[in-house]
Design a protein around this ligand. Sequence first.
Ligand code: ATP
Length: 246
Amino acid sequence: GGTALALEVTDLTAGYGPVRALREVSVEVPEGAVVTVLGGNGAGKSTLLRAISRTLPFHGGAVTGGTVRFGGRPLDGLATDRVVAAGVSQVPEGRQVFARMTVEDNLRAGTLGARGDRAAKAAALRRVHELFPVLAERARQQAGLLSGGEQQMLAVGRALMASPRLLLLDEPSLGLAPLMAARIADTVREINAQGTAVLLVEQNAALALRLASRAYVLEVGRVTLSGPAAELAASDEIRRRYLGVA
Ligand code: ATP
């Protein structure tokens, strides 16, 4: 048989009132894979992740067509916490850590809606601390006092507290210095090596294509190109438009 699919998005249409942000978008993430969605500003990348995690209504948007299946089960119509319980966690654009809460309480917030008992949550916390030792060192510090890179680590750590089988990552490198972006990329690789599939939205196409095995290009709400990441990275059009190579 073929590769088992973790996530199957079919003909998804979504928007904000009159704004159609996604038009019949289909995206697949095989079990255990890293898949990236590239695209410029306003292409619909964040909307796609919000539609999958069902957080779109909190942004004033709605899904108006298509389906999202995870592990063969439809996620359509589920509340966000049920999506988390099903094994899908999102790291939102701009981190959105709770600035006035401690690092520790931010991580604890990530277990809301998560499946698993106390022991599972304790194991998740150990794993997050192993991935990001700084989050253990700064456990009692206010999250708002962390650097941008550390806040990104916290946002990823918070999502991992739910022990997801699929991580939705929205622009993890945004606003970070190249060295810090590379460190975040390394941890994405490590998280994936530990068995979590990743759907990565990035404007940094070079970084994303190095991490992913497959890639999609989204333009004004439509998928215009998809294929193996190495193939896209070699394509003249991708090199010109997204990798800044003349
Ligand atoms: P960016 O990298 O700039 O976030 P993106 O590819 O993630 O871009 P989206 O944020 O998904 O794109 O936006 C897709 C379209 O939906 C754009 O036209 C945008 O202006 C619009 N949009 C996004 N969020 C909202 C919102 N909360 N209300 C109304 N329109 C929105």
